[in-house]
Design a binder for this molecule. Structure first.
Ligand code: SF4
Length: 311
């Protein structure tokens, strides 16, 4: 069944079951995932047909991720009906996960969260993004950090695990260190068992892309984003798994214009991926970031050096 499930590597082996298309909120300024999709729920008959198909071909997944953008948003009756179908056709499934938002957690009562957890719904991935409230507001996120604290507290009380999605670079140029400290502080309070850093990429077709063209948002350099991740990882004082994805625009130096699509694509020349269990793997992540930071500093320095004069 077609859909767009944003999976972190933690869910790479999970079977993705699309139960709703798109995101019911769909207004975050940086997000390009579901801009062309109107939110709608997939009819139960189609969900059942998909589960029957997997059952009939002998599928025995243990992990299942509900899609697309915010499955927890759905009404309780519908969620329970879907969990029933999963149990009937795929009894091998031990753990159900999905993306969620702070408001979608708030829509559920404590008793409903406990009931979902009892039925195998075990973890949700929430776009926490940043520890800076003014940045959440600027990016049109649908929560404040105090609301996130309260809803994650309820989530944990019901026995759910939290996966936190964050974005280095989201505060813009010059605010990387401030964002790293604030986000590390927040994550230490929220205690996610998995953190994914999708470093900010600006798609020219989003609202943020427009702000950038109009000079209302200045993107942080690759170097600043790497240094931000380094500071963030150094400040995490919890047992968790941290994973980070960066693009490194080495061929173009640090200046990558948000031009048309192909130009923007060509500018991406390398991925820097970090992943380790903390605290034991912290030094491994820092060493990898240090190597990239040194490379970017060197590129910056050589770009600033005058060309030798030949005679
Ligand atoms: S809530 Fe998530 S999926 Fe929806 S628009 Fe915001 S970032 Fe995108």
């Amino acid at each position: 069944m077609p859909g767009t499930i944003c999976k972190s590597s933690n869910e790479r082996g999970a079977f993705g079951l699309v139960v709703s298309r798109g995101c019911p909120y769909n207004r975050c300024a940086f997000c390009d995932l579901y801009k062309d999709t109107t939110y709608r729920e997939v009819p139960l008959e189609r969900i059942e047909a998909e589960l029957r198909r997997v059952h009939d071909v002998g599928g025995t997944p243990t992990n299942l991720m509900l899609g697309d953008g915010d499955a927890l948003h759905m009404d309780m009756d519908r969620l329970m009906a879907i969990l029933d179908l999963i149990g009937r056709y795929l009894p091998s499934v031990e753990r159900v996960t999905s993306d969620a938002t702070v408001p979608s957690i708030a829509r559920k009562t404590d008793g409903e969260l406990r009931e979902l957890r009892r039925r195998g719904y075990a973890m949700v991935y929430v776009g926490i993004e940043t520890g800076l409230d003014d940045v959440l507001c600027q990016m049109h996120k649908d929560h404040t950090n105090d609301q996130a604290r309260e809803q994650v507290r309820r989530l944990h009380a019901a026995g759910f695990e939290l996966g936190a999605h964050i974005m280095t670079g989201v505060a813009g140029a010059g605010r990387g260190a401030e964002n790293a400290r604030a986000t590390a502080r927040l994550l230490n309070e929220l205690r996610p068992s998995f953190i994914t850093n999708f470093n900010l990429g600006v798609n020219p077709l989003t609202e943020l892309g427009r702000w950038e063209r109009e000079g209302r948002f200045v993107r942080a350099s690759d170097l600043e984003c790497m240094e931000e991740e380094r500071l963030l990882v150094s400040g995490l004082a919890i047992d968790t798994v941290f994973e980070g994805y960066h693009t490194k625009h080495v061929a173009c130096g640090e200046e990558v214009a948000a031009g048309d699509g192909p130009e923007w694509q060509r500018a991406i020349t390398q991925w820097v991926h970090t992943k380790a269990k903390l605290p034991e793997g912290r030094e491994r992540i820092l060493a990898k970031l240090d190597a990239s930071i040194a490379q970017l500093r060197e590129a910056q320095a050589s770009a600033a050096r005058p060309e030798p004069v030949c005679c």
